[in-house]
Ligand binder design. Structure first.
Ligand code: MOS
Length: 745
């Protein structure tokens, strides 16, 4: 039994077509949010709190007000009326307002970097200079920013819809009775997304039909939800709001929610009755647009001498903000990765004087898989069993938590195919057995996984009499090539060249789309397109004259072939059908509803192989080569798909070796709030990356056979690197990033 009937995709789908936005991007003509040419625009710069906890007693803006070009200082005294809404992550994303602390509207400070006031001026530099002259007088209160000093005494209500505690059997007892046990902690420091395009919003209030109308250009992964959220905050109908974003220059999850700067632009525009732009500065990003929470976690595995796992415990805690809750579901992967008769997952959380944590680059799987896949490697070492063989011996027949079969699970196939191409079996498995001069050489492997789901999505498909076909959907272009891939998909279903199909996105005037996150865009938009193609066929057959080859045929008997509708009785070109009916075009709406409770457990799988060279005297870890082999269903475009896998692996290198947000806990502030000191991988850090995949359509998971590829390739990298460092040196590093101080002898 499959959920969806398979599609016969033999045309443009899978071909390495060049992305349609490539030329615009490399020639600089693609318009990013801060670049919209809008006349009479004013600039807004926030005044962030310099303390982590307390009360603002006084805002002295007398000097700032006198500065040239300054138009207005926004404070809680003059902030326009708005409706308080809860944070989106507490309302199942009924709104996408990230934080319930509103900008320039609060007197209570809960984290350093909270926007307590703002300056509106005629230029960015005037606003920035004046913002430095706004003096806040505080009464301070004690703060906690250190996860190791916090009380983790509460449990998240839900982790992505699932309970925070899951037990099967008696994991503690089974652990004690196991012949071999590995039991370790894998602490993780927090991270910041640091997209190259800074977060920005331009807001403009006008009127339409005698009602206020808000237009916002916003860097966003989630325009349709932003539209609803602005409407709620300002007490207007969503129809009175339009949100636009044609390109996103990097997001990584940090543009999924609406952060305070966007509301600040709306407040300023309301008070000045002019368009207002707020661009977050690099430093303000650290307290302004979310981060990946630090995590304290433990994984314990008990097995017998043959490597059969009996018990797994994965527990620990993450942090959230004082007033708002985002729960990072880091134990979630452990419920479906391996077979065990006894399982205990238990997550807690603490509250820190930091801004809201949020999704970042495969949230949940990235930190969780680092711990789990390191622990599996440690168990393999203990047992002297090859780590791939160990995984083979613990491959589950079904999802042990839900009891459902997997829609598809090609983990072992990915491990085997990857191992073959990587030359895994050519290595000497003993740790510290390979060297070249000063360099110790090691190879590591880890599994990768990412869940599959879709977001409700609507699309409009229009076929023109001149042969052009167009898709309209308020999805987002976050750099993955959505317009290209979806055009290929529709072209394939209609059997026309991909060059005839174009897609418009990034505007709430278009049919409602979902968040471009959770690696869910391809199947969500594609599922709606599939529905639209069915409806288009009925519409076109309905237009056929009664004396034509399509008269009286059943829609099911008709197929698209080479731009023609073909039935057993004969065929008609779509262009002829339209011109005979005196129509310039025909439009239909397609829809994909929320994913229903399914009889399958739906995930993508993969295998990550890395080779590192380690200089123990200098503490250096160099990536030498990487290979990823994935099973994510149909891949719509070989070229953009491969790029996404490579991108994810590079993000994984950042997580493994470079990225860390450092705090001065006495001050309660982040110390490396800039791109010079927050390290991210650069070209010289990246080795040869070999990408392969097992292209098996999964119609039990996805209406178009494709799952998602945005995030899975991050999830195995950090563990594979740590496992390779262990293989090279014999030293197990259980915290990230793997910096020279941890490696040095
Ligand atoms: Mo992604 S972290 O789901 O935007």
């Amino acid at each position: 039994m499959t959920n969806y009937t398979s599609l016969d995709l033999q045309g443009p789908v899978g071909k390495p077509l060049v992305r349609v936005s490539g030329r615009e991007k490399v020639t600089g003509t693609a318009t990013f949010t801060a670049e919209w040419p809008i006349e009479d625009i004013l600039h807004v710069v926030a005044v962030p709190s310099t303390i982590p906890h307390g009360t603002v007693r006084e805002i002295d803006s007398s000097d700032a007000e006198k500065m040239s070009g300054v138009r207005l200082i926004i404070t809680p005294e003059n902030v326009p009326k708005f409706t308080r809404v809860q944070s989106g992550s507490e309302t199942n994303f009924a709104t996408t307002v990230a934080s319930s602390l509103f900008p320039a509207a609060e007197k209570e400070v809960f984290h350093a970097g909270q926007y307590m006031a703002a300056v509106v001026a005629e230029s960015f530099t005037a606003a920035r200079d004046a913002a430095l002259q706004v003096k806040l007088k505080y009464e301070t209160k004690p703060h906690v920013t250190d996860i190791d000093q916090a009380q983790a005494d509460e449990r998240p209500e839900k982790l992505m819809g699932a309970p925070a505690v899951i037990t099967i059997g008696d994991a503690e007892q089974a652990l004690q009775e196991s012949e071999v046990v590995v039991d370790h902690e894998y602490p993780l420091i927090g991270n910041h997304h640091n997209p190259i395009e800074m977060h920005a919003a331009i807001a403009h209030w006008t009127s339409k039909n005698n009602k206020p109308f808000l237009t916002v250009y916003e860097t966003s992964q989630s325009l349709s939800a932003a539209q609803t959220s602005y409407a709620k905050v300002f007490g207007i109908d969503p129809k009175q709001v339009r949100v636009i974003c044609k390109y996103v220059g990097g997001a990584f999850g940090s543009k999924g929610l609406m952060w305070p700067h966007a509301l600040l632009a709306c407040f300023a525009a309301k008070l000045t009755d002019q368009p207002c732009k707020c661009v977050v500065t690099r430093s303000q990003l650290y307290g302004g647009t979310g981060h990946r929470t630090p995590i304290r976690q433990r994984v314990a595995i008990g097995a017998n001498k043959d490597g059969k796992i009996h018990s797994i415990i994965h527990d620990g805690y993450a942090s959230t903000a004082i007033k708002d809750t985002y729960s990072e579901a880091f134990t979630m992967v452990t419920r479906m990765m391996y077979h065990t008769d006894h399982l205990r997952l238990d997550q807690k959380q603490c509250r820190l004087n930091s801004q809201m944590p949020t999704f970042m680059r495969a949230p949940a799987e990235t930190p969780g898989m680092f711990a789990l896949e390191s622990a599996i490697d440690e168990l393999a070492q203990e047992l002297k069993i090859d780590p791939i063989e160990l995984r083979r011996r613990n491959e589950p027949e079904k999802d042990i938590h839900s009891g459902k079969p997997f829609s598809s699970r090609l983990l072992l196939q990915c491990l085997d195919a990857g191992a073959k191409r990587f030359g895994w079996n050519e290595r000497d498995p003993a740790p510290r057995s390979q060297s070249e001069g000063n360099w110790l050489i090691g190879q590591g492997v880890a599994a990768a996984t990412y869940p599959f789901f879709t977001f409700p999505t609507k699309v409009r498909v229009t076929v023109h009499a001149d042969g052009r076909v167009r898709i309209d959907c308020c999805s987002q272009e976050i750099g993955t090539g959505t317009r290209t891939a979806q055009s290929q998909l529709l072209a394939d279903m209609l059997d026309v060249p991909a060059s005839r199909v174009s897609m418009e996105l990034g505007d709430t005037a278009l049919p409602k789309g979902g968040i471009s996150g959770g690696s869910a865009t391809t199947a969500s938009v594609g599922g709606a397109i599939r529905d639209a193609v069915e409806k288009l066929k009925s519409r076109l057959v309905g237009l056929a004259p009664s004396d034509s080859a399509l008269a009286g045929v059943k829609v099911d008997e008709v197929r698209f072939e080479n731009g023609t509708l073909v039935s057993p009785k004969g065929s008609i070109a779509i262009e002829d059908l339209l011109s005979d009916a005196m129509k310039e075009s025909v439009s239909v709406m397609g829809e994909l509803n929320a994913s229903k409770d399914s009889s399958f457990s739906k995930h993508s799988f993969g295998a990550t192989f890395v080779e590192v060279a380690v200089d123990e005297e200098l503490g250096l870890v160099r990536m030498r080569r990487m290979l990823g082999c994935y099973s994510c269903g149909t891949i719509l475009n070989k070229k953009t798909g491969r790029s996404q896998f490579i991108g994810g692996m590079i993000m994984g290198i950042g997580h493994a070796l470079h990225e860390a947000t450092h705090w001065d806990h006495r001050l309660g502030r982040i110390t490396n709030d800039n791109l010079a000191e927050y390290h991210i991988p650069v070209n010289a850090d990246i080795p040869e990356i070999d990408i392969m995949w097992i292209d098996t359509a999964d119609y039990d998971a996805s209406p178009i056979g494709a799952k998602g590829i945005g995030e899975i390739s991050i999830t195995g990298v950090a563990a594979a690197v740590a496992n390779a460092v262990h293989h090279a040196t014999g030293k197990r590093i259980r915290s990230l990033p793997i910096t020279p101080d941890k490696v040095m002898v």
